[in-house]
Structures are given as structure tokens and as C-alpha cells.
Ligand binder design. Structure first.
Ligand SMILES: Nc1ncnc2c1ncn2[C@@H]1O[C@H](COP(=O)(O)OP(=O)(O)O)[C@@H](O)[C@H]1O
Ligand SMILES: CC(=O)OP(=O)(O)O
Ligand SMILES: [Mg+2]
Length: 364
């Protein structure tokens, strides 16, 4: 599979139900192939093998690994020691980490000679000031690594690179909204992460497809001590049954919700989703002490004009004003002429960022 003159990088983003992959030509990082396949535990190894085989001469495989904890602030070539530590973080990202690492494990078993590189969602946020990583907890808990991390870092790294290429955004105060199945907001100053709506885990912050987002920790304690909901059941409820799915009672898929918005529970779910975003923007704009650029990215951010419209309609006080036609056309810039804030719709590309890291690491 691999050879000295191998010329391709395979990038794997293994999620709970789908396996996204991309194949890049190692020289110029042009895309040779991209795909998304549904997986079941029974077919996982065969699916990976088929993707690897089809990719051709693969020099290395890169993986998105969602939680890097305190240790992984940059991509690493996977070895026994660092892989064990990645596994120890699995409980902190139960929807992601087990699947991310399963792909690494399966490939290591079948192809021990093939270099594998892990790229972390948390790493981009390592530039945050210490204050923005703290919870108001006693030292005995903070010493155990209970702190804010932030996720979707590979996506924000891509956005940061794209903004760097836009002269008007240089030196700017930017809030990027990654609105996919998981959703978060990130404040960036001069392209570096300053703070994020996600914290210790990817459960915090915005309302998501099936995750609850910000909650009063007292509510969690109440569920356990007074409602008798055990930790496993509660974990499943907060990660898999909450968010858009839980509030609407209909679907986790924003496309389905927008089609059925006449139903009161669905409209409420959409309104709450937008409210959480607007509140997060308020908090992050305070961290930045202003706002120059707002970016929408990922599935909902890139494709749902209605959501962008509803969010931006609540941000006039920040100087945000969008052009409805440009928004409906998903234009790259959707601000109105008199808007004080540039509003961008930028398709993200986490796989390409992983390929860049692979090239750098392998050259080193
Ligand atoms: N045209 C669309 N309108 C509204 N939502 C969309 C549209 N296309 C995709 N989405 C939403 O985007 C989400 C998936 O986004 P994506 O960035 O691919 O997430 P992930 O990588 O977490 O799977 C889904 O919840 C889907 O409902
Ligand atoms: C970290 C996270 O929430 O990722 P995703 O959006 O892919 O679920
Ligand atoms: Mg995603």
C-alpha cells in the first residue's frame, strides 16, 4: 500500500455514523477523491480497507481526532504511547473519539508500516489566554485538567487561513460560526483563537443537532440525585436526544426542520437555535471588544440562508446588516453596503488542513 515514492495522503474523519474521507496528491495537495460512506461496526474494517485500496499509493493516513487534552497541542505521528493517551480521552468526546481512534486502530493492525498522523480539534485553541480557559472551580479540580478547550479547531484553522488571504480582514476581530451537526462559535484575533463557545467537552455552548449546549450544572445534579437518571442514560440524553432533535420532537436535520417550521415545536427549536448563537456572539464580541468579521461555515452555516438571516437580524446592535439577496444566493460576502461588519459564507475544509499538517510533519 505504501511505498517510498508514494504520492498520496489519505485523510479520514470518522464519525459516529459516517466516515468522511479525502485523498490528496502529496505534491500540491490537490484533491484526488472525496467521499462519505455510512458505516456499521460490522463493515467498518472492510470500508476502510476499500478506501485505502482505492486511494492508490498512500504515503500516510491523517485522522481528525476530536479531543487532544492538555498534551496534544499539535499534530503527532501516532505511536503506542500517544495512542494510549488519546484513548484515555475517549470519555470526553463520546460521540467522536472512539470512532476516530477505531479507524487508527484498525489501520495499525492491518498496515503497521503505514504512518498515521493525528490532528486534533482542540489544538487550534491553544492560543487562548489562560483566563479564557478557566472555570470558576477550586484548584483541586482545576489541577485535574478541568478547563475549557474548544473544538472544531481544524475548521477554524481553515477559516483563519482563508481570512488571512482577504486584505480587509487582516488584523480584524472575527467570530466564526461552525454550524454542522456539532456547532460552535470561535472568537479569533488576527487569525488566532481567543475564545470558544465549547468548553471541556463538545457538549457545551450552542444548541446542536442532538446535543443540548450550555446547561446549568445544577440541572445535571438534579437529574442524577432527584430524578434518578443514571450517568449513562443522562450522557445519552444530553448528547443524542437533546438539541434540535429534542426540542422539535421531529428531527436533528435542519433541512427537515425548515420544511416543517409551521409546527410550533419546530419553530421553537429553530428560534432557540438562533438565540443560542446570538447570545454566544454577544459573549465572544465582549471577549474581542468589538467585531469586524462574522463567518458562517459548515452544513447549516453554508447552506441555510434562513438561519443566517434570523441570526443576523438580531445583531443590528453590533453593526451587522446583511443584504437579503446576497444571502439567498449564498454569496461569499453577504453584508449590506452600510454594514459595519463584514459577513462571510465560507465553506470549510478540515480535510485539507489535515493534509497540510501531514505534509509538514512528514517533511520534518
Ligand atoms: N441545505 C441545508 N439547509 C439546512 N441545513 C443543512 C443543509 N445542508 C446541510 N445541512 C445541515 O448540516 C448538518 C451537517 O453539517 P456538516 O458540516 O456536514 O456536519 P458534520 O460534519 O458534523 O456531519 C446537518 O445537520 C444538516 O441538517
Ligand atoms: C466537535 C464536534 O462537535 O464535531 P462535529 O460537528 O463533527 O460533530
Ligand atoms: Mg463536522
Amino acid at each position: 500500500m505504501s511505498s517510498q515514492h508514494a504520492a498520496r495522503y489519505l485523510v479520514i474523519n470518522s464519525g459516529s455514523s459516517t466516515l468522511k474521507y479525502a485523498v490528496f496528491n502529496a505534491g500540491d495537495l490537490s484533491v484526488a477523491e472525496r467521499g462519505n460512506t455510512d458505516i456499521t461496526p460490522d463493515t467498518f474494517a472492510q470500508s476502510l480497507e476499500a478506501i485505502l485500496h482505492h486511494a492508490g499509493q498512500v504515503a500516510a493516513v491523517g485522522h481528525r481526532v476530536v479531543h487532544g487534552g492538555e498534551r496534544f497541542t499539535a499534530p503527532v505521528v501516532v505511536n503506542d504511547d500517544n495512542l494510549a493517551e488519546m484513548h484515555s480521552l475517549a470519555d470526553l468526546a463520546p460521540l467522536h473519539q472512539p470512532h476516530n481512534l477505531h479507524a487508527i486502530d484498525v489501520l495499525r493492525d492491518a498496515h503497521p508500516e503505514l504512518p498515521q498522523i493525528a490532528c486534533f480539534d482542540t489544538a487550534f485553541h491553544n492560543t487562548q489566554p489562560v483566563l479564557h480557559t478557566l472555570y470558576a472551580l477550586p484548584a483541586s479540580l482545576r489541577d485535574k485538567g478541568l478547563r475549557r478547550y474548544g473544538f472544531h479547531g481544524l475548521s477554524y484553522e481553515y477559516i483563519s487561513q482563508q481570512l488571512d488571504a482577504c486584505a480587509s480582514d487582516q488584523g480584524g476581530k472575527c467570530i466564526a460560526l461552525h454550524l454542522g451537526s456539532g456547532a460552535s462559535a470561535c472568537a479569533m484575533l488576527k487569525g488566532k483563537s481567543v475564545s470558544s463557545s465549547m468548553g471541556f467537552t463538545a457538549l457545551d455552548g450552542l444548541m446542536m443537532a442532538t446535543r443540548c449546549g450550555t446547561l446549568d450544572p445544577g440541572l445535571v445534579l438534579h437529574c442524577q440525585t432527584h430524578l434518578g437518571i443514571d450517568a449513562t442514560t443522562l450522557t445519552s440524553m444530553l448528547y443524542k436526544e437533546a438539541g434540535l432533535k429534542g426540542v422539535s420532537g421531529l428531527s436533528a436535520d435542519m433541512r427537515a426542520l425548515l420544511e416543517h417550521a409551521v409546527q410550533p415545536a419546530v419553530e421553537q427549536a429553530i428560534a432557540l437555535y438562533c438565540l443560542y448563537i446570538v447570545r454566544a456572539i454577544g459573549a465572544l464580541a465582549a471577549d474581542l471588544q468589538g467585531l469586524d468579521t462574522l463567518v458562517f461555515t459548515a452544513g447549516v452555516g453554508e447552506h441555510a440562508a434562513v438561519i443566517r438571516e434570523r441570526v443576523c437580524a438580531q445583531l443590528g446592535w453590533l453593526g451587522v446588516n446583511i443584504d437579503s439577496n446576497a444571502n439567498l444566493q449564498h454569496a461569499a460576502e453577504i453584508q449590506a453596503a452600510d454594514s459595519k461588519v463584514v459577513v462571510r459564507v465560507l465553506p470549510t475544509n478540515e480535510e485539507w488542513v489535515i493534509a497540510q499538517h501531514m505534509r509538514t510533519l512528514l517533511k520534518a
